[in-house]
Design a protein around this ligand. Structure first.
Ligand code: ZN
Length: 370
């Protein structure tokens, strides 16, 4: 926004009225200036004034409670003036506050007022992200489009060049974390000029240039908030070590066979035999023997897990979605401890290492083996 746009001062201020609830106008129509009525002066603008690094800003936004209604639009601006060179941090921020407090506008009843009560929410510069108006509530940045809107100002003039360095980095981070926090889609980012004849946020700035950069940041941000990747390598080496312990006993199974792949799915260690045909209830079957490894902590030997269950539990512990319970598995109600004997306490302390029943055949064999 052009914060130094020339505004004709109106003399004879009425200090008796305050509390402007109406949204001030940006880009004041000329007719506002051609009045003889004294303006109603707004109370001083309250600003935050803190400067944060990108990391501090992310942390700050993450911790904010955002009251309803959440905004539906986010606007990007450039300051035009101050330029990057004339920006002096806090003193410039105060100068802008004074500038906004002199702005003339008309409220919904047509009364002339002097001073905005709120302005843009953040100013992004190379020295950090400056907090201006409260990000939890509407501010002012685009004439007639301030309801349920938030405004970010990039310090500088981007009509002929693009933002670079820390200013660009801080802009990307601020846009990214605010869109995530507010549940807004960065692909719907608004520019001030979408609703104005101004160039803001600068003719050089294109949505096709800035939005993909913010999208990439959001993807990395989301990935960084996922629980750590499970120690697949660690588990793989455990399995390899256990297989080595019994390697002499194992046979090379037919990798194509159904039973071998079933054994793999169950997390068994390896095959002791090839498939052997047997007849069960006058029906031909194949049987194959496999090695199952059972593990228990030496100090909690009643907490037995098969190797497959152990791997599954570790993955769940590390944030992987546990597999959907299969038919016949105990429900989570089994966690209850009505007797209070402490056993379920042990279970809880083991977290998702708690035993999940292994896959079971729902059709129990009741015949006889010949
Ligand atoms: Zn603007």
């Amino acid at each position: 926004m052009r914060w130094l746009s020339k505004v004709k001062r109106v003399v004879g201020q009425d200090k008796s009225s305050a509390g402007a609830l109406d949204q001030p106008a940006v880009g004041l129509p000329d007719r506002v200036l051609q009045t003889d009525a004294p303006p109603i002066k707004s109370p001083p603008m309250q600003i935050d004034g803190r400067c944060m690094s990108a990391d501090e800003f992310v942390q700050y936004i993450e911790g904010l409670e955002m009251p309803d209604p959440l905004p539906t639009r986010f606007f990007l601006h450039h300051t035009w003036i101050p330029t990057r060179e004339s920006w002096k941090g806090h003193s410039t921020l105060l100068a802008m506050k004074r500038h906004y407090e002199k702005q003339l506008w008309r409220d919904s009843q047509g009364r002339l007022r002097e001073g905005w009560t709120v302005g843009p929410h953040v100013f992004v510069a190379k020295d950090g992200i400056w907090l201006f108006s409260d990000i939890r509530y509407d501010g002012v940045g685009v004439y007639g489009h301030n309801y349920l809107s938030r405004h970010l100002e990039m310090v500088g003039n981007y009509n002929d060049e693009l933002p670079t360095g820390e200013t660009l980095k801080n802009t990307i981070v601020a846009l990214g974390v605010l869109h995530e926090k507010l549940g807004l889609d960065i692909r719907n980012l608004y520019f001030h000029r979408d609703f104005s004849s101004k160039s803001c946020p600068g003719w050089a700035m294109q949505k096709s240039w800035i939005i993909p950069q913010v999208e990439r940041w959001i993807q990395e941000y989301r990935a960084s908030r996922q629980p750590q990747v499970p120690p697949v390598d660690e588990l793989a080496s455990l399995r390899a070590a256990l297989e080595r312990l019994v390697a002499d006993l194992l046979v090379d199974p037919d990798l194509e066979s159904t039973l071998t792949s079933a054994a793999e799915q169950r997390g068994l260690v390896g095959a002791l035999t090839q498939q052997i045909p047997v007849e069960i209830d006058e029906q031909g079957h194949m049987v194959q023997f496999f090695v199952e490894a059972l593990l228990a902590p030496s100090h909690q030997q009643d907490e037995v897990l098969s190797l497959g269950e152990f791997e599954h539990a570790r993955h769940s512990d590390d944030g992987d979605e546990p597999a959907a319970p299969e038919a016949g598995e105990p429900s989570d109600d089994d966690d209850q401890d009505p007797k209070g004997d402490g056993r379920s306490q042990t279970k809880r302390s083991l977290g998702s290492l708690r035993l999940k029943a292994p896959p079971t055949d729902p059709h129990e064999f009741t015949g006889r083996i010949r």
